[in-house]
Design a protein around this ligand. Structure first.
Ligand SMILES: *[C@@H]1O[C@H](CO)[C@@H](O)[C@H](O)[C@H]1NC(C)=O
Ligand SMILES: *[C@@H]1O[C@H](CO)[C@@H](O)[C@H](O)[C@H]1NC(C)=O
Ligand SMILES: *[C@@H]1O[C@H](CO)[C@@H](O)[C@H](O)[C@H]1NC(C)=O
Ligand SMILES: *[C@@H]1O[C@H](CO)[C@@H](O)[C@H](O)[C@H]1NC(C)=O
Length: 361
């Protein structure tokens, strides 16, 4: 008797903390209070129900879950920020998404040659995306425009095979325009990710509250804001703890010379390490597409800091370690660069920018 009582107790504990095997169950959701238990199963059925006003219906699903919606879902009416419905958790488990890049690569990217599917990965979710491993994107890889807060963690973009020439590329590196992450989004964290490519590791085109931290970028054009076109805002960007190796630049802000009505503000770089920059270490230019040219004045760049933990950067010899090319009066605010340490190359021009403090080349 005592033994079978113990067994029954263990069995009920096992139900409380399900094992992998027990996830092959079917969970049913008919109210928000059913969600926690239902998402322990890999089949989730949603019946008709009304989500109470002001609450988010969040599904944080196990890998491989199938969701069947079996009735209308209504949401209580109240004025609030939302979201109303959020699906969390794409875990790629580092299985490959193989874009077949070598089939397309001709050294020209999206500037010519064959038509290449791009972006390869268009991300329009909120929540968490982890351990997604992409190889050989035909051209630009991730385009991110999340509708609410998103964390991308442990992502890999490996286009290193495109560094070599191929039979279609006329002696050019075969991969081209293979941006790692193109971002037009708010409330995004990209962390602990790796990009091996031939263009920007990150390119922020617009958005607020963006964090790019603890990533590794190799072989491309570095960590970029821009290029900035007209009437866009970039603000509240933190770039920290990243490692950039063998790239054209480590850090770049590029605004189109022709752009008007745009702002780039409140950008903080801290605790980054860059080695082997081939074109510039830091390049801030309002002359884009020229690196150094005739700057426009239609985009205000303000409050750009290298502060907090030291950012250390080395370039190849003969390369400008820091170059700043602003239009008159278009670089403003406080630029505290006291935590930027550069070496290896030569002093670049710092033109039309008198707001940098705490830094000497
Ligand atoms: C919210 O308002 C809309 C429009 O009036 C209505 O169709 C919907 O049923 C309402 N939802 C609830 C849960 O009452
Ligand atoms: C600057 O950006 C950070 C990070 O997004 C944010 O916490 C802070 O409030 C911003 N500061 C200003 C003055 O906007
Ligand atoms: C930049 O540094 C200055 C001086 O420390 C500080 O006042 C300002 O808030 C900082 N801005 C950002 C965007 O961190
Ligand atoms: C300073 O800005 C003005 C106005 O945009 C531009 O014409 C000039 O070329 C800039 N100077 C340098 C040295 O870049």
């Amino acid at each position: 008797m005592a033994a079978s009582l113990t067994f029954a107790l263990l069995a009920s504990l096992a139900i409380a903390a399900p094992t992998a095997d027990s996830s092959s169950c079917t969970g049913t959701i008919s109210s928000l209070s059913d969600v926690t238990a239902a998402v322990e199963c890999t089949t989730v059925n949603i019946n008709a129900f009304t989500v109470p006003a002001g609450e988010t219906f969040t599904l944080s699903l196990l890998d491989g879950t199938t969701v069947n919606v079996n009735g209308d879902v209504q949401f209580g009416n109240v004025s609030w920020a939302g979201p109303l419905f959020e699906v969390k958790g794409i875990n790629g488990n580092n299985y490959l998404f193989d874009g077949g890049g070598p089939f397309y690569w001709d050294g020209l990217g999206t500037n010519g040659g064959t038509t290449k599917p791009h972006p390869m990965m268009k991300i329009e979710i909120s929540g968490t995306m982890s351990d997604v491993y992409v190889v050989n994107s035909p051209a630009q890889c991730f385009s991110v425009s999340n509708p609410a807060a998103l964390t991308m963690t442990g992502i890999t973009v490996d286009n290193s095979q495109g560094d070599a020439t191929n039979s279609q590329s006329n002696g050019l590196p075969a991969g081209h325009n293979t941006d790692g992450f193109d971002v037009s989004a708010d409330d995004l964290v990209i962390e602990k990710s790796t990009v091996l490519n031939q263009d920007d590791c990150l390119a922020i085109n617009k958005g607020t509250n963006l964090v790019f931290s603890d990533n590794y970028c190799s072989g491309g054009h570095g960590i970029s804001i821009g290029s900035i076109t007209s009437d866009v805002t970039v603000s509240g960007v933190v770039i920290s703890g990243n490692t950039v190796v063998n790239s054209q630049q480590a850090f770049r802000i590029k605004t189109d010379a022709s752009a008007t009505g745009s702002t780039v503000s409140n950008v903080t770089y801290s605790g980054n390490t860059a080695t082997g920059c081939t074109d510039y270490g830091v390049l801030i230019t309002q002359s884009y597409p020229a690196s150094l040219g005739t700057p426009g004045t239609g985009t205000d760049i303000s409050d750009i800091n290298f502060s907090g933990s030291t950012t250390t950067l080395t370039t190849e010899s003969g390369v400008d370690m820091v170059a700043v090319d602003c239009g008159t009066g278009a670089c403003t605010g406080t630029w505290d660069w006291s935590s930027l340490k550069v070496s290896g190359g030569q002093d670049g021009p710092i033109d039309n920018c008198t707001v940098i403090t705490g830094f000497t080349q």
